[in-house]
Design a protein around this ligand. Structure first.
Ligand code: SAH
Ligand code: SF4
Ligand code: F3S
Length: 446
């Protein structure tokens, strides 16, 4: 059966991996009814901007970009804004940007084809209802990456961290059925992909009614041909002994955890409603490290949360030093409309100069720690998976199981293959390496 040609579609993605994965679903759904995905907005029949609302800066970038996109639009181009900012602003976005035709939140993508048809007839529309059953089970994603696959296992979030917009933009937490996740993993492995990252806002709280995250790791990890299994982001409170045990015993599970800490001060954590203390976070990190030798640990940290004192910030700095993170994403607190943090007394606001100063000192501490640890890794050998040609173009970008980036010499034919490398240099954050043997020649199980 041939599908009718419906025109071209271009999708631009902002925000987290969950959004990347949603873009893959949207493209898959549109491709299945005859749309042709294209890599540039010029003259596309449909342009979708899949947005993020996590910080004000993320939204400002999208507003700027929506203005720029005007110049690529034909008279009949349909412009849709999807994702978290679409969900947050809803009809307000249609009022604000007259050239936007559609505003569709994360649970509304099933209606995309009909909404696009409507927009072609001049109907501007908003679709921002949550649908707790929606996992897009019947949609085949059109994946951007041919080496690694992102598989959503949970949508929404039931934590209510006081700074965070995600519960508003993605709705309540719900998990996919384990069998569906395993089936999707089997499908991507059959396509030649050997690394999978399971996605969820608090991914280790996964529960499908019958199975928890430990079962999920065991089930996905047992798919023949899968060599690397990752997940992001876990919440410290959901690392049960069962989950840690599964991480330690399922061979495909990689020795890396991205464990957002947000702050090293119990007082601040409490006001953020993170539901753990400094000590409990430290304890979680120790349990993980004790169970998984060689584990690398990365994190997210927010500075300048309302009421954060110099002493609180010093506790964050000391936590970063003591926990010896391999890397950290660091953010200045950004007030999000409607979140509890915006209702805290005005005198608790941390002035921007102070927040900027703290951010600078935090970044320096993260870099200094990572640099020392990375220097000590020079000369050691690691298995890497080659992901792509590096941004500078001459080398290939590869990654160790611990998620360290290694640039190696070679050509495009090596993309998707495994090699043993020796780390020969470091910029402080990434490595250069020399290939010492072809990993593919070695037995699969390590
Ligand atoms: N669900 C994940 C985090 C998703 S958002 C978790 O709980 O771990 C990614 C990161 O953005 C967060 O970890 C936090 O560090 C940061 N972030 C979220 N809201 C923010 C805000 N209002 N201001 C600044 N940073 C924020
Ligand atoms: Fe936001 Fe907290 Fe949920 Fe993470 S756990 S998405 S920070 S509310
Ligand atoms: Fe942004 Fe939404 Fe992800 S707010 S970080 S795209 S869940």
């Amino acid at each position: 059966m041939t599908t009718p040609r419906r025109g071209t579609v271009y999708v631009e993605t902002y925000g987290c991996q969950m959004n990347v994965s949603d873009s893959e679903l949207m493209l898959g759904s549109l491709a299945s009814i005859g749309y042709l995905p294209v890599d540039a907005p010029d003259g596309a029949d449909v342009i979708l901007v899949n947005t993020c609302a996590i910080r004000d800066h993320a939204e400002q970038r999208v507003i700027g970009r929506l203005g720029e996109l005007k110049r690529y639009m034909k008279a009949d181009t349909v412009l849709g804004v999807t994702g978290c900012m679409a969900q947050r602003l809803g009809p307000r976005l249609l009022d604000r940007a007259k050239h936007v035709d559609l505003v569709i939140g994360p649970d509304g993508y099933r209606a995309l084809p009909s909404l696009i048809e409507g927009a072609r007839d001049g109907l501007r529309a908003t679709a921002v209802d949550f649908d707790l059953e929606e996992h897009y089970e019947d949609v085949s994603p059109r994946r951007f990456d041919r080496v690694r696959a992102w598989i959503p296992v949970q949508r929404g979030c039931d934590y209510k961290c006081t700074y965070c917009i995600v519960p508003t933009t993605r709705g309540p937490e719900r998990s996919r059925q384990l069998a569906d996740v395993v089936r999707e993993t089997e499908r991507v492995v059959a396509e030649g992909i050997t690394e999978v990252t399971l996605l969820g806002q608090t991914v280790n709280s996964y529960h499908d009614g019958a199975h928890d995250f430990a079962d999920l790791l065991s089930g996905v990890g047992a798919v023949p041909g899968l060599r690397r299994l990752r997940f992001t982001s876990p919440h410290p409170n959901d690392f049960s002994d069962r989950v840690i045990e599964a991480m330690a015993t399922v061979e495909a599970v990689c020795e890396h955890v991205h464990l957002p800490m947000q702050s090293g001060s119990t007082r601040t954590l409490k006001r953020m409603l993170r539901r753990y203390t400094r000590e409990e976070y430290f304890d979680c990190a120790s349990r993980l490290r004790a169970a998984i030798p060689g584990l690398s640990l990365t994190t997210d940290v927010i500075v300048g949360f309302p009421g954060e004192t110099d002493e609180d910030f010093d506790e964050t700095l000391s936590a970063v030093r003591e926990l010896a993170f391999d890397d950290a994403f660091t953010f200045k607190f950004s007030p999000r409309e409607g979140t509890p943090a915006t209702r805290m007394p005005a005198e608790l606001t941390v002035p921007d100069e102070i927040a900027s100063d703290r951010l600078g000192r935090l970044i320096a501490a993260v870099r200094e720690g990572a640099r020392g640890r990375n220097l000590s890794l020079l000369g050691t050998r690691h298995e890497v998976l080659v992901e792509k040609v590096s941004r500078r173009g001459e080398l290939l970008q590869a990654r160790t199981r611990e998620h360290r980036t290694v640039l190696v010499p070679g050509d495009e034919s090596m993309i998707g293959a495994y090699f043993m490398v020796e780390l020969t240099g470091t910029t402080g954050s990434t490595f250069t390496g020399a290939i010492v043997s072809e990993r593919a020649a070695l037995p699969l199980a390590v």
